[in-house]
Design a protein around this ligand. Structure first.
Ligand code: UDP
Length: 244
């Protein structure tokens, strides 16, 4: 089926609700092909303006969802309106819930040493039937990386969650998807930290109001520098709109 896409500063996003995005991700498990999912926020869209490789990877992804209210906002100046934010964390959770109790399996790759293990433990509590068949932290040298790749190949999970931070995880997936042979790979940023309970999601009211970014800024002030890209993103979107 043709994808309904909208371009935000040349990054194509799938115009799907959370529910539709979950269905689409699930369908990737059954068509015999390999897929990867990207969940860019405005910071990544801005980064892709300077990073050709990242832009190519985003443009070739099988599913691109707006993990950031800024992207949803920007779609008002674009061909098709995005209806809601589809946070990578929530998409991943729903997908894990869907595969729990089925034959499908998942591998947790990324985060500081110990985090993937703690995340797996917590997720086993939430989804007791989930088959987490392996994991590895995200700090490795070339030699270690070869071992990680071999480990994933050997275990052959259906889904590979890659939490190396953006854009490292997108580049890793693009470089190694074929080799590791999984059906679906998703770049999930710091999601293992949240799954492990080390980092809290914003309370629901913040998320409902589209203010999760504000909550994160207030609770992790070290992120302020990266967030300077948000106003720049907004200005770039508005400037582009004027030129049309
Ligand atoms: N990380 C990693 N390897 C690295 C760099 C980062 O595994 O070489 C992990 C880090 O421990 C954290 C995640 O990647 O769990 C990045 O989290 P952040 O919230 O910064 O994600 P982003 O917003 O960059 O996607």
């Amino acid at each position: 089926m043709m994808r309904k896409m909208t371009q935000i500063l040349d990054v194509p996003f799938d115009a799907l609700t959370m529910k539709e995005a979950v269905e689409k991700a699930k369908s990737f498990l059954f068509d015999g092909k390999q897929h990867y999912i990207c969940t860019p926020n405005p910071e990544i869209v801005m980064e892709a303006q300077q990073d050709k490789e990242l832009m190519r990877i985003l443009r070739e992804a099988d599913l691109v969802v707006p993990d950031g209210i800024g992207v949803v906002w920007a779609s008002r100046y674009s061909e098709i309106l995005l209806t809601e934010r589809v946070a990578g964390y929530d998409l991943t959770q729903q997908l894990l819930r869907e595969i729990a109790g089925t034959q499908e399996t998942v591998y947790f790759f990324g985060g500081a040493p110990g985090v993937a293990v703690a995340a797996a433990k917590r997720m086993k509590k939430v989804y007791p039937e989930l088959k987490i068949i392996g994991g590895h932290h995200g700090y490795f040298d070339d030699e270690e990386e070869k071992k990680i790749i071999a480990d994933i190949k050997r275990l052959s999970p259906s889904i590979l969650l890659v939490g190396l931070g953006a854009p490292k995880q997108e580049k890793w997936i693009s470089a190694h998807l074929q080799e590791v042979g999984v059906k679906v790979a998703i770049g999930i940023g710091g999601s293992f930290d949240v799954m492990a309970g080390n980092v809290k999601r914003a309370p629901k009211i913040f998320r409902k109001l589209g203010l999760e970014w504000f909550y994160r800024l207030a609770t992790q002030p070290s992120r302020w520098r990266r967030m300077l890209r948000l106003p720049k993103f907004a200005l770039t979107v508005l400037r582009k709109k004027k030129q049309r």
